[in-house]
Ligand binder design. Structure first.
Ligand SMILES: [Fe+2]
Ligand SMILES: [Fe+2]
Length: 189
């Protein structure tokens, strides 16, 4: 079983995956010329920036990774550097998403295809990133972290979760759940 801090990061991954799944649904709707709720599209960039990046990548980059380096994992030329480089790519993709959402919601012509392609690129990219952390880096982390470090991470992550955005992690949980529910309404099973 993963330690509590690793479980916390994996819970974040499951929440991010809900939003990635919504992006894939929106992309196929846009490609078929169907409308997508404005509020859902507007919430994607704040979610990816404030939750996936500031809060979640923050916990990894500022808390977990430095501890792993202290425990002997290489800071460079290894999985930690690779994951940090991927976070940078993710930031650039979210910048592309912001531009594509802005153009689409401003009513510029022929923007649905660009927006759909950006959403699919983000969903594909993050799915691979999350897989690597869940299956390679996190099991490695649980092999090297000691009890004191685990306790330190639990406290640090609690603080980060409370600080995410203006309110708390709950705001992002509600957003992700809302996307799932609105898709159920649009596509009743
Ligand atoms: Fe990451
Ligand atoms: Fe992650």
């Amino acid at each position: 079983m993963p330690s509590k801090p690793i479980e916390n990061l994996m819970d974040d991954h499951r929440l991010i995956e809900k939003v990635l799944a919504a992006m894939r649904r929106y992309a196929s709707a846009l490609q078929s010329g169907e409308p997508v709720e404005r509020a859902s599209i507007e919430g994607l960039v704040p979610f990816m920036r404030e939750f996936a990046d500031d809060c979640h990548h923050g916990k990894e980059e500022h808390r977990l990774f430095p501890m792993l380096v202290e425990r002997g994992l290489p800071a460079r030329n290894g999985p930690i550097q690779a994951m940090c480089a991927e976070h940078e790519i993710g930031r650039r993709l979210v910048g592309d998403l912001e531009n594509a959402v802005g153009r689409h919601l401003d009513g510029h012509a022929d923007t649905a295809g660009e927006l759909a392609a950006t959403m699919v690129a983000i969903a594909d990219f993050y799915a691979r990133h999350i897989w690597k952390e869940d299956n390679v880096l996190f099991p490695m982390a649980d092999r090297v972290l000691g009890a004191d470090e685990v306790a330190g991470l639990i406290a640090a992550f609690d603080k980060a979760d409370g600080r995410a955005g203006v309110a708390s992690r709950e705001r992002f949980v509600r957003f992700a759940r809302g996307l799932v529910e609105s898709s159920d309404r649009q596509n009743p099973i």
